[in-house]
Ligand binder design. Structure first.
Ligand SMILES: NC(=O)c1ccc[n+]([C@@H]2O[C@H](COP(=O)([O-])OP(=O)(O)OC[C@H]3O[C@@H](n4cnc5c(N)ncnc54)[C@H](OP(=O)(O)O)[C@@H]3O)[C@@H](O)[C@H]2O)c1
Length: 343
């Protein structure tokens, strides 16, 4: 009776959702919800790609730099009609200038701060009025815009928690809600850029982790809701690509550190001490040059999510160390992963 109750909602889903097909070997496995973690990147296939790409419009947020900047160019080269949302378009940012210099009628930069509802609504209008047939909607939304910070829970102000959430989490929710009517009409795609830190937590990263865990939850709820409407929702969980993007720079780390120390409550400053604080900042500074400088696994994952007939639910562009750590932390009992990873 209990078993029937627990499994009924799943058993009512279509078989397609409950298993995935290995297109190379033509077999169906019995895993719940397709996870890219079981499919090495090289084996990914585009055999069942959506067509034609040329008529499909895609918005990528956060294109001033990093993944967004590369993605806008890559999707343009694939033939998409690309709208590149840029935080600093109105300030003439270098990345925006470079994208504009392509002078293509299929790549258009638009001013877009995902924290400002009026800019998001204006972006909807710009895109809707640029579509050949707005009733057919737009194909894709890539929620990429994000910021990061660091610091132990006791070092992090409530303002900082809210500031990061405003971009990473509420920016994603706000933009998605505004574009869903267009995406639904096209039975299109929503691709949310989360992080490996949206699946496993890390010390000194709570302001970032909670927003990415939130993006994961939002994406899962949306995927369930959109499934009957033909819209596919994927999450991309990059590992460490810090050296390749502008998420952290030494200048940014120093600025955050100075502000953080100035604003620390006296009791925290006294209990932890300046030496401990400076050591933590030095560790963060070394982190700036860490990770992969090749962003192509992330770009390829997003492209697959937008173009494959059956995109994956989750993509894990990350090196084997982080992939293994994520499996251990998400699949083994907490007591075991704590034993391994809490030093
Ligand atoms: N790099 C990594 O290792 C890594 C790992 C996992 C996940 N991610 C995620 O990947 C995404 C892209 O980050 P990235 O690494 O490419 O860093 P990035 O180079 O800093 O790119 C983030 C982009 O978002 C923009 N942005 C910031 N606030 C915004 C706002 N309110 N509205 C619109 N755009 C805004 C930034 O604009 P400005 O440049 O003008 O500030 C920047 O162009 C983020 O969601 C990040 O959390 C990155």
């Amino acid at each position: 009776m209990l078993t029937a109750r627990l499994f009924r909602p799943l058993s009512q889903l279509q078989g397609k959702t409950l298993s995935f097909s290995d297109r190379e070997n033509g077999v169906r496995r019995t895993l719940l919800f397709h996870s890219a973690s079981f499919v090495p990147m090289g084996r990914r296939t585009y055999a069942d790609a959506v067509n034609p790409v040329g008529s499909k419009a895609v918005l990528v947020t956060g294109c001033d730099s990093g993944f967004g900047f590369s993605l806008a160019q890559h999707l343009h080269s694939k033939g998409f009609l690309v709208f590149a949302g840029c935080l600093m378009k109105d300030k003439g940012n270098e990345g925006v200038k470079e994208l504009d210099s392509l002078k293509s009628d299929r790549l258009r930069t638009i001013q877009l701060n995902v924290c400002k509802s009026e800019e998001v609504e204006k972006a909807v209008e710009i895109i809707r009025s640029s579509l050949q047939d707005p009733d057919k909607g737009m194909w894709g939304l890539v929620n990429n815009a994000g910021i990061s910070t660091f610091g132990e829970v006791e070092f992090t102000s409530m303002e900082t928690y809210k500031e990061v959430a405003e971009v990473n989490l509420w920016g994603t929710v706000r933009t998605t809600k505004s574009f869903l009517p267009l995406i639904r009409r096209a039975k299109g795609r929503v691709v949310n850029i989360s992080s490996m830190l949206g699946r496993m937590a890390n010390p000194a990263r709570s302001p970032y982790c909670i927003t990415k865990f939130g993006v994961e939850a939002f994406s899962d709820c949306l995927r369930y809701e959109m499934h009957p409407l033909g819209v596919k929702v994927s999450v991309v969980e990059p590992g460490n690509f810090i050296a390749a993007t502008s998420l952290y720079t030494p200048e940014r780390i120093q600025a955050i550190a100075n502000k953080m120390w100035d604003e620390l409550p006296e009791v925290v400053r006294k209990d932890y001490g300046r030496k401990y604080f400076d050591e933590k900042i030095a560790t963060m500074e070394t982190y700036c040059n860490s990770g992969s400088t090749d962003t192509s696994p992330v770009i390829n994952a997003v492209t697959h999510a937008l173009t494959a007939a059956t995109p994956y639910t989750r993509y894990h562009p990350m090196d084997y160390y982080w992939w293994l750590r994520m499996q251990v932390m998400t699949h083994l009992p907490g007591a075991i992963s704590d034993r391994i990873y809490i030093q």
